[in-house]
Design a protein around this ligand. Sequence first.
Ligand code: TXA
Ligand code: MG
Length: 338
Amino acid sequence: METKIMDAKSGLSFAASLIQSGQLVAFPTETVYGLGANALDADACRDIFLAKGRPADNPLIVHIPHRENVDEMISTPLSELVNQLLEAYWPGPLTIVVPASGVVPLVVRGGLDTVAIRCPDHPVAQALMELSARPIAAPSANRSGRPSPTTAEDVYEDLMGRIPLILDAGCTVFGLESTVVDVTRDPPVLLRPGAITRQQLEEFLGPVVLADNGTTARAPGMKYRHYAPSAPVWWWNTSDVEELRTRWDALEKHSGRPYALLASQETQRALRPALFYNLGDNDRTVAQNMFHGLRTLDRYHPAAIIVCWAQSSGLGEAILNRLRKAAELGDAGDADGN
Ligand code: TXA
Ligand code: MG
């Protein structure tokens, strides 16, 4: 199959017709690129799992254009607190897991009796849903286990020949996938940290607990490996330039192949690596650049990709979650999708 990349504006009506006829379209959202199909068409959604190589028990997020569209997808009305949360953050990078009505096919839900729903804040995603007049099931548009795509080229690298169309609208804004919170449980469970922080959730929902091993059965995506480039990823959790320099100097003596550095420009100036990708110097830019940086550096087959970023709270919780996965550090508390 030939995979076309089209400018999002000129490709939009073609994209909507593909969705309506049960085919797959990769499209931008404010978080990462998604691989979309008509969420009410079980066969089309099955093809998403095939194209990604995604295990069938890892459910998809259903994207809707308006908050009101949630009503037909749920079996029990949302609580007032959840409604207020959605009022504050939808459209936006927040996914809620709720009790499913029979409208969403079982294949989309990975066999569960709950469904994950999100209202994305991106004009192309919104226009695609409006024009196709369908809710759109969409995981991140990467091959299973790879870093999520933040550009159309990233999608092409993973899904070339497997899908008919990629809508291109440049880099995504947040760069990490949405926050996923399971509100079917009391207290609610944060399944995947994201741009909407735990603190922001707690302002509406009260205490929110981080997913742990006990929740794995309810969050199937947690048990799979994610975000991993081919090269090993090492995380250096410090912004102390002297410490970084000492560690870097110790490395280079022992290796034939170059090490790649994913860090701020200040760190680049101090370490002078042969391979470098700029993470920027604050958590927003780190989130935005991390996946694309991992993909870009990986193309040079480095001995390892060294990520220099000092752990922080807030958005840092989401960055830490993805880095742990990429570096295979493991953590009972991390959850995400693939
Ligand atoms: O930002 C995003 O959320 C992107 C864009 C495209 O919207 N999508 C995305 O989808 O990251 P995906 O499939 O890569 O991640 C969805 C996560 C997975 O960890 C999955 O296991 C979890 O949500 N999930 C989906 N439905 C669920 C459910 N019913 N119960 C628990 N977890 C669920
Ligand atoms: Mg994913």
